[in-house]
Design a protein around this ligand. Structure first.
Ligand code: FES
Length: 113
């Protein structure tokens, strides 16, 4: 298991393609990466609706569309316009030496849950 507050390199920057999802799974984590404009987004591969995987979701500009029931999520904020109580679970991201590093501490974009 990774240290709870460690920055972990999970992909090279050139592995990310705008409009596509990159799946990373290790140590019990299942995360998705994508790029919106110049920002790298990392979130848990779990739909907040029923907990099903999001890796087959479509990405339309800055929206993620879950393949199971079609709920849409704003990738930057994580929110679902149709169900404000549902939100993607983001992980903090930084770039170091062409690697994307993620802090595997299971906190959202606004701090610890
Ligand atoms: S499981 Fe994603 S919308 Fe239902």
């Amino acid at each position: 298991m990774k240290s709870s507050d460690a920055w972990t390199p999970i992909a090279k920057l050139d592995e990310i393609t705008k409009g596509k999802l990159l799946l990373w799974e290790e140590d019990g984590y299942s995360l998705l990466l994508t790029q919106i404009a110049d920002r790298i987004i990392c979130f848990e591969n779990v739909c907040p609706h029923l907990g099903w995987p999001l890796e087959m979701s479509a990405v339309n500009k800055d929206q993620l569309i879950c393949p199971h029931h079609g709920f849409e999520f704003d990738l930057l904020s994580g929110t679902c316009p149709f169900a404000p109580e549902l939100s993607l679970h983001h992980f903090p991201v930084r770039i170091r030496d062409q690697y994307i590093e993620v802090r595997l501490n299971r906190v959202g974009p606004n701090g610890p849950n």
